[in-house]
Design a protein around this ligand. Structure first.
Ligand SMILES: C[S@@+](CC[C@H](N)C(=O)[O-])C[C@H]1O[C@@H](n2cnc3c(N)ncnc32)[C@H](O)[C@@H]1O
Length: 328
């Protein structure tokens, strides 16, 4: 696993990412603007608007003659990013879509010009993990929720109550790569037979208990990997990414054959991931498009954060940025 779950699953008040005035420090900002290179009048799509850090930087060069379409599963973040971007001098026309980015092929607002530049900055924003009510962090007690879109879908508490012990172990092992996955799953199954597991605090102490004496030797909080794994499962994050790359692939094929689609010929598409399973999906999908002649690579190797950026924002440590440009 190339991710550093500690830097993402347990952000705390001392994390400089949280001290950004907008609640989230955008990762690889200059590199993303350089790769996507938006220019005046273009149509830009930020599929993960978050707190609007990348959106502002991508929207500024587009100017008043351009269009900036923002997606987010989280209505609060989406509204925040929209207000922030709209307040820029010479702001582009801003459109907001409250949706999972996997449905980009269907959800682009009618009349939107085909996108010239698209960004997906995967995962969650600092504001989400810092809010105990969202149940994403084990560092503060709250309801065991974990949904990026709290208006729909199953919560982590419901998932933990529904899955059988083996399914739980598989999730914790495959998405979290926790060597104690089976022991944790057994402990969850035994505990929930007595009492429902409904808070982050309950789950965190149950995982710590499962580690036994090894908890003291663990570099990360023992619950780091379990929380990350459940978050990925609750939000079907890998399924969403598979849906997104399929939509990009379909659009790249359509663009290459001159059919109208949501991506413009020559469009630049960048995806930044924080987990090796995500990066694998992006790497494979981009390689297929390049092999088919529908796109060129803009990143020979994935772009990673410099030690200076990681020093300021530990969250950047596991970022991997890949980008392609569709054929003209
Ligand atoms: C890392 S943050 C983005 C931060 C943003 N780039 C910024 O500069 O503020 C990821 C955002 O994407 C959203 N998100 C995650 N998965 C999503 C999906 N499948 N569809 C739409 N939004 C998603 C999260 O709710 C979160 O607000």
């Amino acid at each position: 696993m190339t991710t550093n779950p500690g830097s993402r699953g347990n952000r705390s008040a001392h994390d400089p990412g949280a001290s950004d005035p907008h609640g989230h420090r955008p990762v690889l900002l200059d590199e993303i603007v350089e790769l996507l290179a938006p220019v005046s009048g273009e149509s830009v799509v930020d599929l993960t608007a978050g707190r609007g850090g990348h959106a502002v930087a991508l929207g500024a060069p587009v100017g008043a003659s351009g269009v900036l379409t923002l997606f987010d599963r989280d209505q609060t973040n989406l509204a925040y990013a929209c207000v922030r971007v709209s307040a820029m001098p010479s702001a582009p026309r801003v459109q907001a879509v409250h949706a999972d980015f996997r449905s980009i092929g269907l959800m682009m607002p009618t009349g939107t010009p085909p996108a010239n530049a698209v960004l997906a900055d995967l995962g969650f924003a600092s504001t989400q993990v810092d809010d105990p009510a969202r149940g994403l962090a084990f560092s503060h007690d709250g309801p065991l929720d974990m949904r990026l879109d709290p208006t729909r879908g199953e919560t982590a508490a419901q998932l933990v109550a529904r899955l059988d012990e083996r399914e739980l172990a598989d999730i914790i092992f495959h998405y979290g790569e926790d060597p104690f996955a089976r022991r944790i799953a057994r402990n969850i199954a035994q505990t929930r037979a007595r009492v429902p597991i409904s808070t982050t605090g309950q789950l965190a102490s149950l995982v710590r208990e499962s580690y036994g004496a090894r908890a003291a030797a663990s570099r990360l909080h023992p619950a780091t990997r379990t929380f990350m794994a459940l978050r990925i499962a609750v939000n079907d994050e890998l399924g969403a990414l598979e849906g997104l790359v399929a939509a990009v692939r379909d659009a790249a094929l359509a663009a290459a054959s001159g059919s109208p689609t949501w991506l413009a010929a020559g469009a630049r598409v960048a995806v930044m991931s924080f987990h090796s399973l995500e990066d694998r999906i992006v790497k494979r999908a981009f390689a297929q498009m390049i092999e088919a002649g529908w796109a060129d690579s803009l990143t020979r190797k994935p772009v990673e954060a410099s030690p200076t950026e990681v020093g300021v924002n530990p969250r950047a440590r596991s970022a991997k940025l890949r980008a392609i440009r569709l054929a003209r």
